[in-house]
Design a protein around this ligand. Structure first.
Ligand code: PMP
Ligand code: GLU
Length: 396
């Protein structure tokens, strides 16, 4: 019967992050002692001041459809946030609130990509980028980065990847899965290349903006000549521990925001009204209110890097943001561990699930077949136990 499905869906891969999380949940429900480090999801509760705003919204009878692109006062909060944190000035007509940054990305893809258009993805990239691009009938063009360069694309690599068919560049900083943060100078250097190619639109995914230990976040839209062709994507899932509330947003050139609004109006309408009201509280609060979570992530990053560094064969960069480590585990390829031959990152990730009972995600899903992704959005006790188990299996 699957033959009845569209080619579009048959050509699409299932989200590897969500698939691994589902597999870990299934094994747990069967009674196995699985430590889930596959899903990129904070283990904190949503802060009380945000929950209170949602409760008030329910009591104030926020139960009707909101404007498709979001409540006016939420857009004001987003505009103020862009000004405060990113030095970017937007008008309300340039803001679209969506059901998660994932929908924001899908809207932009549908609005910009024509069949056969190329979209440059510095690899490793977040798992859904390539599939959303393909869904919009675009062609993902992967640019492989190296651990030696902290998994960042150089201006020369960008220049070499551009063809007459290049329509977009998509990247995240801080990066999921590598944790890399592009500095102001690095983004300026990429912008200098892009200025020579005015037809390329950039998606700058800044959803991990506040989970940044390098001290500096910089937005591509604030580089010279980039404002009118950059879509800045952000959301509350990560920094505010609101993954399930499903609110993301963009700041974009007006024509593009209007196009996203048009698509969303036919597909989902406005995002959940209670979650939108809660997001106003989140964005209006000083960033220091979520500082306790960022500090914890920082401590855990150091803990995890230290412990993984003790395992021979793990090569690591120092992630400056997000909550993932992305070790290069290619030293294990060709080895047989616990009777299983490891030929690639997927084999190693499966070995860790089956033998160490630790769920990770294969780097293949992120466009890098030499690495695995480990989320450290988990308690210190879980992280210590998980890495001990990984070490026991890999050094057996
Ligand atoms: N971009 C990146 C880089 C992500 O890691 C995620 C995580 N889900 C998203 C976008 C989407 O976030 P959400 O839909 O939860 O807002
Ligand atoms: N962004 C998170 C991750 O990469 C959540 C899962 C998803 O949306 O794919 O794990």
């Amino acid at each position: 019967m699957s033959k009845l499905l569209s080619e579009r869906i048959l050509n699409m891969s299932t989200s590897a992050t969500l698939a691994m999380a589902a597999k870990a949940r299934e094994l747990k429900s069967e009674g196995q002692d699985i430590i889930g480090l596959s899903l990129g999801e904070p283990d904190f509760n949503t802060p009380d001041f945000i929950k209170e705003a949602a409760k008030e919204a329910i009591d104030q009878n926020y139960n009707s459809y909101s404007p498709v692109d979001g409540y006016g006062d939420l857009k004001t909060a987003i505009i103020n946030k862009f000004k405060r944190d990113n030095n970017l000035e937007y008008k309300p007509s340039q803001i679209v609130v969506s059901t998660g940054a994932k929908q924001s990305l899908a809207n932009v893809a549908m609005a910009v990509i024509n069949p056969g258009d190329e979209v440059i993805l510095p690899a490793p990239y977040w798992v859904s980028y390539s599939e959303i691009v393909k869904l919009a009938e675009g062609i993902p063009v992967e640019v492989a980065t190296t651990i030696e360069n902290d998994f960042k694309m150089t201006p020369d690599q960008l220049e070499a990847a551009i063809t007459p068919k290049t329509k977009m560049l998509w990247y995240s900083s801080p990066c999921n899965p590598s944790g890399s943060v592009y500095s102001k100078e690095e983004l300026e250097a990429l912008a200098a290349v892009l200025r020579k190619h005015p037809g390329i639109i950039v998606v700058s995914d800044e959803i991990y903006e506040h989970i940044n230990f390098s001290g500096g976040h910089f937005s591509m839209a604030s580089c010279e000549g980039m404002y009118d062709r950059t879509v800045t994507v952000n959301g509350v899932s990560k920094a505010f521990a609101m993954t399930g509330w499903r609110i993301g947003y963009i700041g974009a050139p007006e024509y593009l925001a209007r196009a996203c609004n048009k698509i969303q109006g036919q597909i989902t309408s406005g995002a959940n009204c209670i979650a939108q009201r809660a997001t106003i509280a989140a964005l209006e609060a000083p960033v220091s209110k979520i500082g306790y979570m960022i500090e914890k992530f920082h401590e855990r990053r150091d803990l995890v890097l230290g412990l993984l560094g003790e395992i021979p064969g793990m090569k690591l960069n120092v992630p400056e943001g997000a909550f993932y480590v992305f070790p290069d585990i290619s030293d294990f390829f060709g080895k047989t561990i616990k009777g299983k031959t490891i030929n690639n990152a997927t084999d190693l990730s499966m070995l860790l699930l089956e033998e160490a009972h630790v769920a990770t995600v294969t780097g293949e899903a992120f466009g890098n077949p030499n690495c695995i992704r480990i989320s450290y959005a988990a308690s210190e006790a879980e992280l210590k136990e998980a890495i001990k188990r990984i070490k026991d299996v890999l050094t057996a």
